[in-house]
Design a protein around this ligand. Structure first.
Ligand code: UT7
Length: 321
C-alpha cells in the first residue's frame, strides 16, 4: 500500500504580550473602527524582546509532539516555514532541531512567506511518501513584529507573531487518513506587491515589509479560490465533501470573499484573524490547532487549508485528519 503522511499531532504558541487596536491608534493615524471594519482584526500577539522565531517554533513543536504522543527521538525531518529567521543562516530549523534534541535526519527552512506552511507541508509530505523520512515536524513560525514598519499604518496594524506545528507520520496501514493532495504555485512577476526592502545580498540590511495592499487583496480571492478547487480536483473530491476550511488569516474580508465566491458556509471556515492578526506562515497551523483543541475539527474530518503570500505564492492542502 502507498505511504500516506498522517497528521498525528498539532500544537501552537502565541507570545504573551497582546497589542490592541487602541494601542496602535496611539502610535499611528488609525482607529479601532477602521482596523476592525477593513480587516476583522482586534488584537495581535507580539514576541518579547528576547524571544526569537526559533523559541516560538520550539514551543509550538513541543505541543504538537505531546499531542502526537511522540518525542524528539521519533523525529527524522524538520521543515520550518518562516520569512523571519533568527539569523540569515543557518536555517532556523537547525536551531530548533538542536533545541528539541532531535539528532536524526535533515532540518531546513522553507521560504514562501504567508504560504510557507502549505509549502512546508507539501515538502514534508513528499519526503514521507517517498520513504525518505518516517516522522516530520512541519512548523510555521514568525516574528513579523521585527520587520514591520511601525510608522506605516497600511501594514503595521495587520501583523502579529506566533507559531504552529504539526507532526506528520508515514503510514501504510491507514488508507483513509493523511495528506490527500497539495497544490503549490508561485508567480514571481508579482514579487514587488509584497516584499521586504532589505536583505544580505541586495542591501546588507534586514529591511522593512512593503505591501501594495489592495493589489494583493485582489489577487488573494481569485488565486486562493483556484487553489482550493485544484486541490479538491486532484483528490477527486468536491468542496461539499470538505468538513472544515482552514485559511491563511490575512483579512476577514478575504475569508468572506472566498466563501462567497465558492458558496461555502462561513460556519465551516475557521477564523482566528480577530485575535491573532496575520501571523504569516504560522497562521494556518495556529488556526488548525485552535479548532482542534476546541473540538470542532475531529479525527476523520476532511480539512482544506489554503494560503497566499509574498512571491506571490499560493497553495492549498487537503488532509483527512
Ligand atoms: O498575508 C499575505 C497576503 N496579504 C494580504 O492578503 C493583505 C491583502 N490586503 C488587505 O488586506 C487590504 O488591502 C488592507 C487591509 C491592507 C487595506 O485595506 P483596503 O480596503 O484595501 O484599503 P486601501 O489600501 O485601499 O486604503 C484605503 C484607505 C486609504 O486612504 P485614502 O487614500 O482612501 O484616503 C489608506 O490610506 O485607507 C487608508 N488606510 C488606513 N486608514 C486608517 C490604510 N491603512 C489604514 C489604517 N487606518 N491602518
Amino acid at each position: 500500500m502507498a505511504l500516506r503522511s498522517v497528521l498525528t499531532g498539532v500544537g501552537s504558541y502565541l507570545p504573551e504580550r497582546i497589542l490592541t487596536n487602541a494601542e496602535l491608534a496611539r502610535r499611528v493615524d488609525t482607529s479601532d473602527e477602521w482596523i476592525k471594519e477593513r480587516t476583522g482584526i482586534s488584537e495581535r500577539h507580539i514576541a518579547a524582546d528576547d524571544e526569537r522565531t526559533s523559541d516560538l517554533a520550539c514551543a509550538a513543536a513541543l505541543r504538537a509532539l505531546e499531542a502526537a504522543g511522540r518525542g524528539a527521538g521519533d523525529i527524522d525531518l524538520i521543515v520550518l516555514a518562516t520569512a523571519t529567521p533568527d539569523l540569515t543562516f543557518p536555517a532556523t530549523a537547525a536551531r530548533v532541531q538542536a533545541e528539541l534534541g532531535v539528532t536524526k535526519g535533515a532540518a531546513f527552512d522553507v521560504q514562501a512567506v504567508c504560504s510557507g506552511f502549505i509549502f512546508a507541508l507539501a515538502t514534508a509530505d513528499n519526503f514521507l511518501a517517498r520513504g525518505q523520512a518516517q516522522a516530520a515536524l512541519v512548523i510555521g513560525a514568525e516574528t513579523f513584529s521585527r520587520i514591520v514598519d511601525w510608522e506605516d499604518r497600511g501594514t503595521c496594524v495587520l501583523f502579529g507573531d506566533g507559531a504552529g506545528a504539526v507532526v506528520l507520520e508515514a503510514r501504510d496501514d491507514d488508507a483513509e487518513r493523511g495528506v490527500i493532495s497539495t497544490f503549490l504555485r508561485t508567480d514571481g512577476r508579482m514579487h514587488d506587491l509584497l516584499y521586504v526592502d532589505g536583505g544580505p545580498s541586495q542591501t546588507q540590511s534586514v529591511g522593512k515589509l512593503r505591501m501594495v495592499g489592495n493589489a494583493v487583496f485582489r489577487q488573494a480571492v481569485e488565486h486562493i479560490s483556484g487553489a482550493m478547487l485544484e486541490a479538491c480536483a486532484r483528490a477527486n473530491v468536491s468542496l461539499d465533501d470538505v468538513d472544515w476550511f482552514v485559511p491563511h488569516q490575512a483579512n476577514q474580508r478575504i475569508l468572506d470573499g472566498v466563501a462567497r465566491k465558492l458558496g461555502i458556509d462561513v460556519e465551516q471556515v475557521i477564523s482566528t484573524v480577530a485575535l491573532h492578526g496575520n501571523t504569516s506562515a504560522a497562521s494556518v497551523p495556529l488556526a488548525l490547532d485552535v479548532a482542534t483543541r476546541d473540538g470542532r475539527i475531529k479525527k476523520g474530518d476532511l480539512v482544506l487549508m489554503e494560503a497566499l503570500g509574498g512571491g506571490l505564492t499560493w497553495g492549498a492542502a487537503l488532509v483527512r485528519m
